[in-house]
Write a protein that binds this ligand. Structure first.
Ligand SMILES: *Cc1c(COP(=O)(O)O)cnc(C)c1O
Length: 383
C-alpha cells in the first residue's frame, strides 16, 4: 500500500545528509566538546559551526544561540528563566490563547510562582494582532510571548509589528518559532525579537534537540545546573550528534527555503481546491493566505475528525486531528475553540501538513481518498 505522510507539523523524517553527519559524530568524532585534546577540539569546532548555521538563519550572533533538548525546553527556559531573573522589572506576563502547551504550561507554572498571566485572544483567523495585545500591556509587563506560526492552523503572526511596538515600550519579547524556523524567513534584529525558540525535528533534523536565541545582554536564570555548559545557561554535556544534525538540517533549509515555500504553497492550495470542488460544507480554518506554506486545517461538517483520521490511516494517509500533543484524548482542539468554533465544529476538523517528501502525485491520490472517505462517513452518519 502507498503510504503518504501529511503530518509534518508533528514531526518530519530526518534528512539523509543529516543522518550521515550525525553518524560521523557518534562513531568517529565522538569527543566531548569540553575536552582539550584533538577529539574534544574536533567536537567543539563542529558545535561552533552548527551554532553559526542557526545564527545566520536568524541573523544573530552565534554567542546568542543556546542549544536545548528541543522546543519545549527552549520555551520553558525563555519564560521561566527570564521571569525568575527579572522579577524586579514587573510581575505581568502576556501570552496568547493559542500558544503551544510548552508556553501555556510554562505560564501556568509562573502563575503558581506569583506572576500574573494575561492572555491575548487570537482573532477568527487565528491571528494575534498588536491591537489585541496593546490593551493588556502595562508598566508591570515583564515579558510577552507570542508564537510566530501556530502549529494547528498555520496562521502567521506579524511578529515584526508586535516586536517593534514592544521594543519602543522596552518590553521583552519571546516568540515560539518552532513551526516557522527554516520554513519562512526570520530576522531577529529586524523583527525586534529578544528570545526565540526552535526545534530540530520539525525541520528534518533529529528529535531531542532545539535552541533558544537570547539577545545579548538579557539575563536568564538557568533551569538546569552543573558544569556551566552553554555559558552556564544549560549545564550538561552537549548533545553533539543532535547539535551537528540541527546545524546540517538548518543549512539545508536555508538553501531551499524560498523554493520549498512556493512549492508547498502550490501543493497545499491545489489540495484544498480539489476538496472544495468535490465536497460540500467544508471550511478552511486559519488565515486564508497568511499561513504556513504546507498547512491545511479543514472542518468537514457532519464528519467526526477522529473517524476520518482512522479511515485515512487505513488507506495509508497520515493526518492529524487536533494537535499531536493532545492526541490520545478526544477533547476538541483548544486552538479551534479559541477561534470561536463550536465543540462539534472543532471535532469535525483535521490538520494536513505537507512537507519536503510530498509530490503532486500525493495530492492526486490523497484528494481522491479524502473525498471518498468524507462522503462515506457522511452517508454512514446519515448526513
Ligand atoms: C513541536 C512544537 C514545540 C515543541 O518542540 P519539541 O522539540 O517537540 O519539544 C513547541 N512549539 C511549537 C509551536 C511546536 O510546534
Amino acid at each position: 500500500m502507498q503510504r503518504i505522510y501529511f503530518d509534518h507539523s508533528a514531526t518530519t523524517p530526518v534528512d539523509e545528509r543529516v543522518v550521515v553527519t550525525m553518524t560521523e559524530y557518534m562513531l568517529e568524532k565522538f569527543g566531548n566538546p569540553s575536552s582539550a585534546h584533538s577529539f574534544g577540539r574536533e567536537a567543539k569546532a563542529a558545535m561552533d559551526k552548527a551554532r553559526e548555521s542557526v545564527a545566520s538563519m536568524l541573523n544573530c550572533d552565534p554567542a546568542e544561540v543556546f542549544f536545548t533538548s528541543g522546543g519545549t525546553e527552549a520555551d520553558n527556559l525563555a519564560l521561566i528563566g527570564y521571569a525568575l531573573a527579572n522579577r524586579q522589572r514587573g510581575n505581568e506576563i502576556v501570552i496568547s490563547n493559542i500558544e503551544h502547551p510548552a508556553v501555556k504550561a510554562a505560564a501556568i507554572e509562573l502563575e503558581s510562582l506569583g506572576f500574573n498571566i494575561k492572555t491575548a485572544p487570537a482573532d477568527r483567523y487565528g491571528e494575534v494582532t498588536l491591537e489585541a495585545l496593546k490593551s493588556l500591556l502595562s508598566g508591570q509587563t515583564l515579558l510577552v510571548s507570542i508564537m510566530h506560526i501556530n502549529n494547528e492552523i498555520g496562521t502567521i503572526n506579524d511578529i515584526e509589528r508586535i516586536g517593534e511596538h514592544l521594543c519602543e515600550r522596552n518590553i521583552t519579547f519571546h516568540s515560539d518559532a518552532v513551526q516557522s524556523f527554516g520554513k519562512v524567513p526570520i530576522d531577529v534584529r529586524k523583527m525586534h525579537i529578544d528570545m526565540l525558540s526552535l526545534s530540530g525535528h520539525k525541520i528534518y533534523g533529529p528529535k531531542g534537540i532545539g535552541a533558544l536565541y537570547v539577545r545579548d545582554g538579557l539575563k536568564l536564570h538557568p533551569r538546569q545546573f552543573g558544569g556551566k555548559h552553554e555559558a552556564g545557561l544549560r549545564s550538561g554535556t552537549e548533545n553533539l550528534p543532535g547539535i551537528v544534525g540541527l546545524g546540517v538540517a538548518t543549512d539545508i533549509c536555508r538553501q531551499i527555503i524560498d523554493d520549498e515555500a512556493s512549492r508547498l504553497t502550490e501543493l497545499r492550495d491545489e489540495l484544498f481546491a480539489r476538496l472544495d470542488e468535490k465536497l460540500d460544507a467544508i471550511t478552511l480554518n486559519g488565515h486564508p493566505s497568511q499561513r504556513l506554506p504546507g498547512n491545511l486545517n479543514i472542518t468537514f461538517q457532519g464528519v467526526e475528525g477522529e473517524a476520518l483520521l482512522v479511515a485515512l490511516d487505513l488507506e495509508g494517509i497520515a493526518v492529524s486531528s487536533g494537535s499531536a500533543c493532545s492526541s490520545g484524548s478526544t477533547k476538541p482542539s483548544a486552538v479551534l475553540l479559541a477561534l470561536g468554533m463550536s465543540e462539534i465544529e472543532a471535532q469535525s476538523s483535521i490538520r494536513i501538513t505537507l512537507g519536503r517528501d510530498n509530490t503532486p502525485q500525493d495530492i492526486d491520490y490523497a484528494s481522491r481518498i479524502i473525498v471518498d472517505s468524507v462522503e462515506r462517513l457522511r452517508r454512514m452518519s446519515g448526513n
